[in-house]
Design a protein around this ligand. Structure first.
Ligand code: APR
Length: 229
């Protein structure tokens, strides 16, 4: 069975109603990204950071996977799939994908600020005073700017072993995630689905890159049709 690594970014969930970061003009729901998504931001104003992610978490209860997420699950009938997502939503899970690596964490989880290994399922707001079992404040289980990406090695291995790579809805600007596609040494085909594709250095090195200039709900079915041809 051929192996496919699917790399998804914010554009994957745009048609579910979750705003992408860069399409919002560099402000993330009205905030400087460093204010709400960095260890410095957390140190300066943890209430603001919790509130920001509480709002994102509440929104996640209101949205649903789109036809792009759903279409990807069809590939599991014929290929060995791993979905490597930069998204912190659970829309791939809800659509039914089975092998998902969250590079940047998960909105529906909370973790201890001191004991990083203490991670909890968390569907509601996180407040100041919510603590882990050892009494330390909880924070969102999100990889912030400037933090290590613990799932990177695992993701790198999946991309390196892939016969086919599909990149969907990412501006390919945030490293190290954006560099993963450069590790696809064994891939016979690489697709990039995005209505405003931006070809970073790694993508520019791929000779036969197939760019599908379309939103995920249209572009993903096109890729699937091509793969089942
Ligand atoms: N379908 C597919 N792609 C879309 C759609 C759509 N309907 N709408 C927008 N896009 C594309 C945009 O053209 C853009 O290339 O989605 C991309 C979104 O880019 P970013 O907002 O930069 O998202 P992403 O690449 O996932 O950012 C990486 O940066 O915001 C931080 O940590 C956060 O994981 C995130 C990381």
């Amino acid at each position: 069975m051929e192996k496919i690594a699917i790399l998804t970014g914010a554009g994957m969930s745009a048609e579910s109603g979750i705003n992408t970061f860069r399409d919002a003009g560099g402000l993330w729901e009205g905030h400087d990204v460093m204010e709400v998504a960095s260890p410095q931001g957390w140190a300066q104003n943890p209430e603001l950071v919790l509130d920001f992610y509480n709002q994102r978490r509440r929104q996640l209860h209101e949205v649903a996977p789109n036809r792009g997420h759903q279409a990807l699950t069809k590939l599991e009938e014929a290929f060995d799939i791993s979905v490597i997502t930069q998204n912190v939503d659970d829309l791939h899970e809800r659509a039914g994908s089975s092998n998902i690596i969250h590079l940047h964490g998960e909105l529906f989880k909370a973790r201890s600020t001191v004991k990083e290994e203490l991670v909890y399922e968390w569907k509601e707001d996180i407040e100041i005073g919510h603590t882990c079992e050892e009494g330390h404040q909880l924070r969102p289980h999100i990889v912030w700017f400037g933090e290590a990406v613990p799932m990177l090695q695992h993701a790198a291995m999946e991309v390196n072993l892939a016969d086919i790579v599909i990149v969907i809805g990412s501006s390919m600007q945030v490293y190290p995630a954006a560099g993963l596609v450069g590790l696809a040494d064994n891939a016979r085909q690489i697709y990039y689905v995005d209505p405003k594709p931006s070809i970073n250095y790694e993508l520019s090195q791929i000779a036969d890159l197939k760019v599908i200039d379309a939103p995920a709900t249209e572009g993903v079915p096109e890729v699937i049709e091509d793969l089942f041809k």
